[in-house]
Design a protein around this ligand. Structure first.
Ligand code: AKB
Length: 339
């Protein structure tokens, strides 16, 4: 019996999963299997070869998956985001770290069947950065991958550690063995800014204030923003994030000088974001009621990131700046969604 070769997407029902599954299935050359804690939306499920409902920590489930399919590529999107992880740090560690470690082991094991490296695409985050105060944040400006990596959240710690784990699995796994291990993981990671989707509303993150503000305005609901008006972090429209993952996956290995890359599209304050929302939804009711604890998390994230390495090594360039993201992607799609 020959197992079908597939791409595994974990956390498939989440924000990135929606856009990613749609794009991979449109491209039409790969079969997708999806794993999520909840059943996938019907439209999304139809694009997958099979959907598995359960936890990435459930080894019986992952063993059942590999008994049926040969996995050649993994997009490991499942995670507890920064706000949710602070309410359950130990659970976050299990899901974000132990879950990732288990999938890297699964990737290694799968590579032994084909003799080829299994690609492991891992979304990391601006949460790996930790700027100590607002003055330093302003002075730091666009941070490089190796600067200010002192996360203040469990989620940020988890992401930073898993980046290191990925580097280890792809370059140094069992480095003291007498014979080099032939099984290999081809780990590639992107540090994303806050992502904004027209299709889904995020939950459990701390950059959520921007997409929440926009979706509330489109629904005609008032919104109390949990950070100050002058709070600035980088953002990106979801199609550019999905494109980034697919481009990084397609890049020839020899072009990649790093295993982890920043990418960014535009940086603006929550007040500027609110002004953009009002430009398109003039009756939007937005007020600012900072939650000091969530504020402190966002204050520790950089104003922007330096993504020159991604641009140089694999040609990353976002399609959308802030104006075109609103005018050409977010607003038309959100209006259709809530019509
Ligand atoms: C979060 O807010 O936790 C995420 C992130 C910035 O990675 N959106």
């Amino acid at each position: 019996m020959v197992r079908k070769q597939v791409v595994l997407v974990t956390g498939a029902n989440g924000e990135i999963g929606h856009g990613l599954i749609e794009r991979i299935s449109q491209e039409g050359d790969k079969d997708i299997i999806a794993l999520d804690l909840v059943p996938l939306d019907e439209e999304l499920a139809r694009r997958c070869q099979e959907v598995f409902v359960g936890s990435i920590l459930d080894t019986q489930l992952t063993e059942r998956i590999v008994s049926r399919y040969e996995i050649t590529e993994i997009y490991h999107l499942a995670a507890l985001l920064s706000t949710r992880a602070e309410f359950a740090p130990e659970t976050a560690h299990q899901v974000n770290v132990d879950g990732t470690m288990g999938l890297m082991q699964l990737a290694l094991e799968q590579s032994s069947w084909s003799g080829q490296p299994v690609k492991f695409l891992f979304p990391s985050s601006i949460a790996v950065y930790g700027l100590p105060d607002l003055e330093t944040k302003a002075r730091a400006g666009k941070v490089k991958e190796y600067e200010w990596i002192a996360p203040t959240t469990m989620y940020g710690c988890n992401k930073l550690y898993c980046e290191a784990l990925g580097r280890y699995f792809s370059r140094y796994y069992r480095q003291l063995a007498a014979e080099k291990d032939q099984r290999t993981v081809d780990f590639r990671s992107i540090r994303f800014p806050g992502l904004i989707s027209a299709v889904t509303v995020p939950s459990g993150g701390t950059s959520d204030f921007a997409p929440e503000m926009l979706h509330a305005a489109a629904k005609g609901e008032s919104y109390a923003c949990f950070v100050r008006e002058d709070t600035a972090i980088p953002f990106m429209a979801m199609p550019d994030a999905v494109d980034g993952l697919l481009r990084l996956s397609a890049a020839p290995q020899q072009d990649l000088k790093h295993s982890v890359y920043n990418i960014t599209a535009f940086s603006l304050t929550a007040g500027e974001f609110a002004a953009k929302v009002r430009e398109h939804f003039p009756s939007a009711q937005i007020r600012f009621e900072p939650d000091l604890k969530r504020q402190a998390i966002v204050d520790s994230w950089p104003v922007d990131t330096d993504d020159s390495a991604a641009r140089e090594d694999w040609g990353f360039a976002p399609v959308y700046d802030v104006d075109s993201a609103f005018a050409e992607y977010l607003v038309p799609a959100i209006r259709r969604r809530y019509a």
